[in-house]
Design a protein around this ligand. Structure first.
Ligand SMILES: [Zn+2]
Length: 158
């Protein structure tokens, strides 16, 4: 669920930002990730409201530069990025479709309390954490006790 503006002017901008993949999980884009909260156009100034997935996320700076770059490439030179930390990013902002995309990538989608982690391979919740830091700082390495497969879990907290 994205708080998408109904303004026709910004529809094209939403489309552009849908083309920006998450630097850590290229299968999903910044809009699907819920990082891009709002886009507003005031004259020729584009205001993008961004909520990072979590405040300690090292990808945070990348999000902003990726957004700026994408808009610049398409002729939008005046861009203001507004970082909004409240309400905090939460897993409800991921649609079921996005969660399924993560599963297809072998990544378990985040749950708010990090307690029940579902294996993306066999859907078992009988899983255990192997390492707090997986292939990227935002992911933890887990293994499934049922199918024995290792997988990444998309963390909500560091
Ligand atoms: Zn499994």
């Amino acid at each position: 669920m994205v708080a998408e503006s109904l303004n026709k002017d910004t529809e094209h901008l939403w489309e552009l930002l849908r083309e920006v993949p998450d630097p850590e999980i290229p299968a999903i884009n910044l809009v699907e990730l819920g990082v891009v909260r709002d886009i507003e156009k005031v004259g020729d100034l584009v205001k993008v409201t961004v909520t990072p997935t979590y405040t300690g996320c090292p990808a945070k700076q990348f999000f902003n530069s990726l957004i700026l770059e994408k808009l610049k490439e398409n002729g939008f030179d005046k861009v203001e990025i507004i970082t909004k930390l409240s309400p905090a990013w939460n897993t409800d902002w991921l649609s079921d479709e996005t969660k399924q995309k993560l599963m297809d990538e072998g990544i378990s989608p985040p749950t708010m309390d990090d307690k029940v982690v579902t294996c993306p391979h066999c859907k078992s919740t009988n899983t255990k954490e192997v390492s707090r830091f997986g292939s990227t700082p935002c992911q933890a390495l887990y293994s499934c006790k049922d199918c024995q497969e290792p997988f990444n879990y998309f963390k909500c907290h560091v």
